[in-house]
Design a protein around this ligand. Structure first.
Ligand SMILES: [Zn+2]
Length: 58
């Protein structure tokens, strides 16, 4: 399935096997392409615990 990266607006692909893996582990689908995710990891941003990510403000 094809997704658009939130950061750089590049298209990136989630393979079927990746999707199954994500679903099995209850991991939400990534919104960033591989490159941006790698960058974030390098910068030390903890993307696993971003609570204010989906913009559900009250
Ligand atoms: Zn990107």
């Amino acid at each position: 399935m094809e997704k658009i990266c939130k950061q750089c607006s590049e298209k990136f692909l989630i393979r079927n096997e990746d999707k199954v893996f994500l679903e099995n582990n209850k991991i939400p689908e990534p919104t960033l392409c591989m490159d941006c995710r790698e960058q974030r990891r390098v910068q030390g941003c903890d993307i696993h615990f971003t609570k204010h990510d989906s913009g559900s403000q009250r």
